[in-house]
Design a protein around this ligand. Sequence first.
Ligand code: ADP
Ligand code: MG
Length: 498
Amino acid sequence: MNAFQLYGMNVGPDTEWETVIGLEVHVQLATESKIFSQARARLSAGGSVADEMPNANTTPVCAGHPGTLPSLNQKAVEYAVRTGLATQCRINLKSQFARKHYFYPDLPKGYQISQLELPLCEAGHLNIEVGAEGSVMRRIGITRIHMEEDAGKNLHRDGFSLVNLNRAGVPLVEVVSEPDLRTAEEAGAYLRKLYGIVTCIGVCDGNLQEGNFRCDANVSVRPKGCTRFGTRTEIKNVNSFRFVEKAIEVEAERQKQVILMGGEIHQETRLYDAQKNQTFSMRSKEEAQDYRYFPDPDLPPLLLGQDWVDGIRRSLPELPDQKRDRYRAEFGLSKYDSSLLSSSGELARFFEAAAIKVDYAKPVSNLLVGEVTRLLNDSGLELAQTKLVPKQFSDLAALILEQAVSVTAAKQVVGVLFKDGGDVPTLVERLGLKQLNDLRSIEPLIEQLIAANPKQVAEYRSGKEKVLGFFVGQVMKATGGKVNPGSLQELMIKKLKE
Ligand code: ADP
Ligand code: MG
């Protein structure tokens, strides 16, 4: 392949490339009612969109009946302002709703109410940590956060389609980042940080499966050192952090290959297929619609009082970064553990409710970061959908600290609690997991072992201390691992030396 010019740079097979990413995230606001009507917007705790009666949560406003008028939900504005303040945005005391026109059966009005020229929030940022142990901090700009309504949902069946408007008019904010992200890892860190913030400040339920937090990723590539941006594509609606990272990686690689083969990148919308790990063209910019935005005449400019905004600022809780630093200082947790625990509002609240004593923090953290995270990942469930409650973890921490159960046994208990729930003392009793601390009852077993293995005993006595492990292992095996390992080791040494 011959070298050629791209964006004013020489490009060849040895060119080092840089990926440029900007993210648009739709965050569903957890208000009880919709943004412009009194229809219910939020599922009852643990509920699922799929279980709802279609079109039960609608009013004539959601259905776009002629003559209806939108009436703005103050709580939705408050939540949007909270989001802006928690991401260091400027709050525009005057903002404007606009109509974004397109035709689709799930949008009966023929336009979506959004904000364009005068968004509610602008010019914020987030700090993300990447690299080994999160040692590199990067500041990512947030261009704007605007309010809008969600559309309904079309269900395509064999030969006909159904429209469900339960979601039409559910309040959203769209958080638009600057094209400041450079790697898939950074994009993942940005999403996790933003997710941690919106769930921590209580504006979003954070249920990824139900689409409470969904992301469009804009991706372009350019030769490293190039100062202008390349042509971007936009990958639509990816709703898992891991998939966003993978989609960005494969899309950047695809773009490089296209360019190196002498092709050109077209600005277009693409879809990511997780199964194939590929992106596919959905529609090109030429087919893109002109939305004919204009200020919505039904909604006057939104005017906020500085006092009201200041009140919201004062009511903001401790944010994830502050939480992380406090967990490290107060409980001596590792950077990784404290970042993970503060990375979702739900997890942080759970942790704090379980760590009711300072010395509970470490065992509770170990179980949450290790066992619970693994169980959640494997099952695809959210913490709230499981049978776990903080009290169980306080009880387990207490038992671990007084050496009444081993850490291994505690993990086993968590596994059962995760599925079936229940209370810890009963479960420990039923599963027979109480740790054996008084070793008098197993002394005969130890003596028997010593008598049966004279060769190993001789080895131990001649200085081969490794043999100790053999004896301890045998006892553990015979007792189902319930013996306090520290005490057992001590007793074993004493007996071997006798
Ligand atoms: P649109 O409304 O068409 O989606 P925007 O100007 O709102 O366009 O930009 C959307 C997102 O695209 C922003 O997050 C921005 O940071 C990002 N972006 C813009 N240009 C590029 C580029 N060349 N490469 C990657 N991302 C980009
Ligand atoms: Mg876009």
